[in-house]
Design a protein around this ligand. Structure first.
Ligand SMILES: [Zn+2]
Length: 409
């Protein structure tokens, strides 16, 4: 157990936070720091074809030890951590034999991780939990995933009696800013399918995610001295208010769950002369997704009709699609992961992601790629925590999947 803890801590000590506002690739130079360390480590444990390309993607190979051919599979996780919260000087706290009570993250600042609020904690009583000190995120997302993949590869190398086909692994930059799959060379990776180790709690197995679009609404007004404005002034903020009210008021993130889609207004900037609204539009179902985009445009059309000119402009851009469409035709790849979990006594939790993963983009680039738990909870904030036992189980799942694929003669 100490080995896996040490490896995880070595990775989280390196700040790899990505930056959504930097168009360069990768978005932060510091991601190279971990990339270089990983390359050395992968070579050291005995992987082959260890390569770091010019865009900060790492790929490596564990050769087959079979004398017959089985599909090449892959495991993927991401190097960067979320820009949502402080990720510098992470100071992990290790709580052995967790007693099921409140965990004081920071006494001075009175920051407490409580099972009364975060109920999932209760299931880890007796386990070893790694938390933050309340001042940073933990970056288990996705350094737990990296730790698990490296540890599983090392285990397979040290245990040649476990039979497996060719395995490819990859670590990608900039996942948290939505670009992790952009420059991923699927052809070079050369796997028939892969799994991202980037889910949350133990058992998670996901092959459905949202269809996603971003939408920008620009409303042009007309500023006139308020004292002389009658019949002349057009206040773009008031029109924006009408636009917002024109969308269904309950179809928003805080009112929806499961397979329910939404419109989410995340940014609003306004003056009389000009107001911009930025939305994201999400739905698992492709028809409903398309309807949502039409409905969005229709609200603008109706307003323009009413106002008698084209004051409201809408720009909608698709971001990613539900990987289900690409995974369903090769459903055995989900079945194998589910079977691996069952054989290890892990209860599979199969559910639709209310978001996206690198795997959804990779699936559309020709690499079907469901997502498996990495073990952490409360990602992207100071309450993030990771049960070490979940990490160990994830390692076991990777090894078991390799074994099950080797049986597919
Ligand atoms: Zn992640």
């Amino acid at each position: 157990m100490q080995t896996i803890i040490n490896r995880f801590i070595k990775y989280i000590k390196i700040d790899t936070q990505s930056d959504p506002n930097n168009p360069e690739f990768p978005s932060t130079k510091k991601q190279w720091d971990l990339a270089h360390l990983l390359v050395e480590e992968l070579k050291e444990i005995g992987l082959e074809e260890v390569e770091l390309d010019n865009n900060c993607y790492i790929m490596a190979t564990l050769p087959s030890n079979l004398d017959y051919k089985v599909p090449t599979i892959g495991f993927i996780s991401h190097i960067d951590t979320s820009p949502d919260f402080n990720a510098t000087n992470i100071n992990p706290q290790i709580h052995k034999n967790y007693d099921g009570k409140d965990i004081i993250l920071n006494a001075e600042k009175n920051i407490i991780l409580s099972p009364n609020y975060f109920e999932d904690l209760k299931q880890y009583k007796g386990q070893t939990i790694i938390t933050t000190d309340g001042t940073t995120l933990l970056s288990a997302d996705d350094k737990a995933g990296i730790t698990e993949i490296v540890t599983a590869m090392e285990y397979l190398i040290q245990h040649p009696e476990i039979k497996h086909g060719k395995i490819r692994i990859a670590f990608t930059p900039d996942e948290e800013v939505g670009k992790g799959a952009h420059l991923f060379d699927v052809e070079k990776f050369g796997a028939e399918w892969a799994y991202t180790m980037d889910g949350s709690q133990i058992g998670e197995l996901e092959y459905e995610n949202f269809n996603a679009a971003g939408a920008k609404v620009t409303i042009n007004g007309k500023i006139v001295h308020p004292g002389y404005a009658k019949g002349k002034m057009i206040n773009s903020m008031l029109i924006a208010n009408e636009f917002i009210s024109g969308l269904p008021k309950n179809e928003i993130p805080q009112e929806t769950s499961g397979y329910e889609g939404f419109f989410h207004l995340h940014t609003l900037n306004g003056e009389v002369e000009k107001t911009t609204l930025e939305y994201i539009i999400r739905d698992h179902d492709m028809n409903k997704f398309n309807n949502r985009k039409e409905q969005f445009q229709q609200v603008a059309n109706d307003l323009n009709k009413k106002l008698g000119s084209d004051l409201v402009l809408v720009e909608i851009k698709d971001q990613y699609y539900n990987m289900r469409e690409k995974v369903e035709p090769v459903m055995h790849i989900v079945d194998i992961a589910e079977e691996a979990m069952k054989q290890l006594g892990i209860k599979p939790l199969i559910k639709a992601i209310r978001g996206g993963t690198d795997g959804s983009q990779l699936s559309y680039k020709g690499l079907p790629c469901p997502n498996i738990f990495a073990g952490g909870h409360n990602f992207h904030g100071k309450y993030e925590y990771l049960p070490v036992e979940s990490m160990e189980k994830a390692v076991a799942v990777i090894v078991k999947i390799a074994e099950l694929v080797a049986e597919r003669k």
